[in-house]
Ligand binder design. Structure first.
Ligand SMILES: NC(=O)c1ccc[n+]([C@@H]2O[C@H](COP(=O)([O-])OP(=O)(O)OC[C@H]3O[C@@H](n4cnc5c(N)ncnc54)[C@H](O)[C@@H]3O)[C@@H](O)[C@H]2O)c1
Length: 355
């Protein structure tokens, strides 16, 4: 195959820290153009990474450039439109997480990918968490038996992102749940084998957003407590099609010992597993045994992000998504939507997931 030409839509944090440097490490791939509505950002990104051309309008970039693929790295409310436009032009898409503002938008993106016969992948780099990949081997061999309980955790003590538009409900669709909860949820679902979610009882709360003392203690500088209107904590119980349960807990701010807890705990009828620290629990010869798989690779955000770009390019070559297809992004998003819906109803009954 000839050189794969990539364009970048949205030149902010994730584009500059993960996507562009990731693509530039892959042989046979060239980032030929980048686009940002803020011209100074588009221009400085092009200069910093030696990208030949820059744009302020992605429809112009998609029209003028002969692209094979794009990364969509815009705020969540701006995932759907450029993704569908790119797919309709025959361009493969790696869209940042979450797939979109809601599952309905995500489903429209998936339909566009199917119609165009192009790849749509969601940028979940935790799929390449080395400890997760080890747990996945045990699950796939059946070593854990029937996984009846799955706990997904992404908690921060004081980690409210105060840069960019993370606190803008209109552009992001929510707070901690849609921003970081989505990573733990996706990984937990993936490790368990993506069982279809049936119903959700959940709550998304704003517990710290109005608290000035908490804001001052934030790791990334104080946020504006007057304007804070997104969730900073969310909890949910998800019932899956095989009668198992997934429990999610996520926060940007919480009274916990560590600054960050990222974990998945799987409990099966034959064994259990935990992501961090990586451990597997089983019975052997009538004895309960703790196993510590030896991982030669440590979890590393940058390296996992590089792998996600590399696997996206490999997917294009293979003609099929090799991880996190748009369809799975929609399932994850449908759980998030249901948690927000469950919060709005305020009722104690679970809400159904229309999948
Ligand atoms: N995978 C991860 O771990 C991870 C980490 C951070 C962010 N993200 C996701 O990446 C996306 C972007 O986040 P970020 O942190 O880079 O945000 P950011 O605010 O730093 O960057 C977004 C950029 O998009 C630009 N933009 C806005 N509208 C545009 C348009 N119509 N056309 C072109 N450019 C436009 C903005 O000017 C900005 O430069 C979000 O969906 C976020 O959830 C993923």
């Amino acid at each position: 195959m000839e050189e794969i030409k990539v364009g970048i839509i949205g030149c902010g944090g994730i584009a500059q820290n993960a996507h562009i440097p990731g693509y530039q490490r892959i042989e046979g791939v060239k980032v030929v153009a980048c686009c940002d509505v803020v011209e100074s950002v588009a221009k400085s990104t092009a200069e910093k990474f030696s990208i030949p051309r820059y744009y302020t309008d992605y429809s112009k970039m998609l029209k003028d450039e002969d692209l094979d693929a794009v990364s969509v790295c815009t705020p969540n409310a701006l995932h759907k439109e450029p993704t569908i436009m790119a797919l309709e032009k025959g361009v493969h898409v790696l869209v940042e997480k979450p797939i979109a503002l809601n599952a309905e938008e995500g489903a429209a993106m998936v339909r566009a990918a199917r119609k165009a016969g192009r790849i749509l992948i969601v940028g979940f780099q935790e799929r390449f968490n080395p400890s997760g990949l080890i747990i996945k081997k045990f699950v796939e061999k059946g070593d854990l038996g029937w996984i009846h309980y799955n706990r997904a955790t992404y908690l921060r003590r004081r980690g409210v992102p105060t840069w960019g538009v993370f606190l803008n409900k209109e552009l992001q669709g929510g707070g901690a749940l849609i921003d970081v909860g989505v990573h733990a949820l996706d990984l937990a679902m993936y490790l368990q084998g993506f069982k279809k979610p049936v119903s959700v009882l959940g709550r998304a709360y704003t517990l710290f957003g109005k608290n000035k003392e908490a804001a001052e203690a934030n790791a990334w500088g104080a946020w504006d407590t007057e304007k804070f209107d997104v969730d900073d904590n969310a909890f949910a119980v998800v019932r899956l099609e095989d009668d198992s349960f997934l429990v999610l807990e996520t926060s940007w701010a919480s009274h916990i010992k560590s600054q960050v807890v990222f974990n998945v705990n799987l409990r099966g009828t034959l064994g259990g597993a935990q992501l961090d620290p990586l451990e597997v629990y089983m019975d052997r010869n009538g004895v309960a045994v703790d196993m510590t798989p030896i991982s030669h690779i440590k979890p590393d955000w940058r390296e996992q992000s590089y792998i996600k770009m590399k696997k996206f390019i490999e997917s294009i070559k293979a003609g099929k998504p090799l991880y996190a297809p748009g369809e799975e992004g929609v399932i994850v998003q449908s759980i998030i939507d249901a948690i927000y819906r469950s919060t709005e109803t305020g009722k104690m009954e679970p809400v159904r997931i229309p999948l």
